[in-house]
Design a binder for this molecule. Structure first.
Ligand code: HEM
Length: 384
């Protein structure tokens, strides 16, 4: 019998045909997972035991032993460099969890991390993508604790990477279209299918990861680490770039100091093409504003079926985003409640209040779009 969990495990294995075929090494997920350029498999297999024993000397020696020579890094392609960063990152987070700033005890790791950051065109430490999507499955899975719930959280994040990558195309298409264009609703309906994976992911998380385990066992491994004079955040789920979808839907022309600040910090942890997407779409007129303008104009007359369809599709995506955020804030509140938490702020550097304000913004936008279509109007043919 295929259980919900088995289904999700299979979905996590699924590396999205289509993504692999693109000319983007960061989407060659199976290859990155297979790669072991530092021959780190044996050391990573015993990492949970080192962490259980808080064995800082062993962690320090392991990190030092794995460091590649600069000439070797220079020969690597992006796939190998990503895999190397993934594996070194596991030791960075582990040392920090036990109270040791990794580059204080292994300073020679600094230039290696910087070289890997340059080679991959990403930050000079591991990100949530290294820890989840690019992490092997099965016996070679890299884990801090080896606990089943850690694997479940990794799987939950793995599930959303292909969909978010795909949403880039549908959101870019949306940005080029006007609400009276039939393609507007089509782009939104495709985006809705992608964003649904966030709801599936958080449902899976709520069912399979306890807030206490996250707060007290896992969260300490996601602390920030100093590299080249800057603090870089750990590979936590808060870096999952849901903002890719917010941006063109409603965010690019809606000011919100909290979310804007969080976004400004988060963007640098994403892939180069996603950062380009952010740069290209950070200013402009959002889908919500374009629809509001079109329906205001139409209010003087009557709402065309096409405009009505666009509004329904836009409201649907916003509702899915809202559902994810409402369920997500539930588990986040439990993990950061006073009697459970070890840290006041999330591993993405922001407090729980951020989640409240982003949820409110999502809900406000959904309400706006629903109101735009709720006024009684007589539909007319779209060519009228
Ligand atoms: C035990 C599970 C989880 C907890 C306790 C948790 C907690 C948090 C907290 C406190 C934040 C605020 C920012 C920060 O961390 O600094 C955050 C942000 C975020 N988290 Fe989680 N999270 C969990 C699981 C997940 C999962 C599984 C996903 C997605 C696959 C996810 C996606 C996000 C996103 C996208 C944000 C940015 C804010 C937003 O877009 O609404 N989280 N999370």
């Amino acid at each position: 019998m295929i259980t919900h969990v088995t289904y999700l495990r299979d979905a996590a294995d699924f590396v999205a045909p289509g993504l692999d075929a693109r000319n983007e090494p960061r989407y060659r997920i199976s290859e990155i997972r297979r790669a072991d350029p530092l021959a780190a498999d044996p050391l990573l297999a015993v990492l949970p035991a080192m962490n259980r024993d808080a064995d800082v000397p062993a962690l320090t020696v392991a990190l030092r032993t794995l460091l590649p020579l600069p000439a070797v890094v220079a020969r690597w392609n992006v796939v190998e460099a990503l895999a190397a960063m993934r594996d070194l990152g596991m030791f960075l987070g582990s040392l920090k969890r036990h109270g040791t700033e990794p580059l204080t005890v292994v300073p020679e790791a600094g230039p290696v991390l910087e070289a890997l950051g340059r080679r991959t065109d990403m930050v000079p430490r591991d990100t949530v993508h290294h820890y989840t999507t690019w992490n092997p499955i099965g016996a070679r899975q890299r884990m801090f604790t080896g606990e089943e719930m850690e694997g479940n959280l990794q799987d939950a994040v793995r599930m959303v990477f292909p969909s978010l990558a795909a949403s880039l195309d549908t959101c870019a298409a949306l940005a080029r279209l006007e609400p009276h264009d039939p393609g507007f609703a089509v782009a939104l309906d495709r985006t809705a299918q992608h964003v649904q994976s966030m709801v599936d992911s958080i449902d899976f998380t709520v069912a399979n990861v306890s807030p206490v385990f996250f707060a007290q066992v896992l969260r300490p491994y996601f602390e920030e680490v100093d590299v080249a004079g800057h603090a870089f955040l750990g590979p936590a789920a808060a870096q999952v770039p849901l903002w890719l979808v917010d941006l063109t839907l409603w965010q690019c022309d809606h000011n919100s100091p909290e979310y804007d600040a969080f976004l400004a910090e988060s963007v640098r942890y994403s892939l180069p093409s996603w950062r380009d997407f952010h740069a290209a779409h950070r200013v402009g007129t959002s889908a919500v504003s374009r629809l509001a303008a079109a329906t205001d104009w139409a209010a003087a007359d009557r709402l065309s079926p096409q405009l009505a369809a666009s509004a329904v599709s836009l409201a649907r995506v916003l509702r899915i985003l809202k559902t994810f955020r409402a369920r997500h804030i539930g588990i986040a509140r439990k993990a950061y409640s006073e009697d459970v938490r070890l840290y006041e702020v999330g591993s993405g550097g922001a407090p729980i209040e951020l989640l409240r304000s982003v949820l409110d913004l999502t809900r406000d936008n959904e309400t706006l779009v629903r109101r735009a279509t709720a006024r009684p109007r007589t539909p007319v043919a779209s060519h009228a």
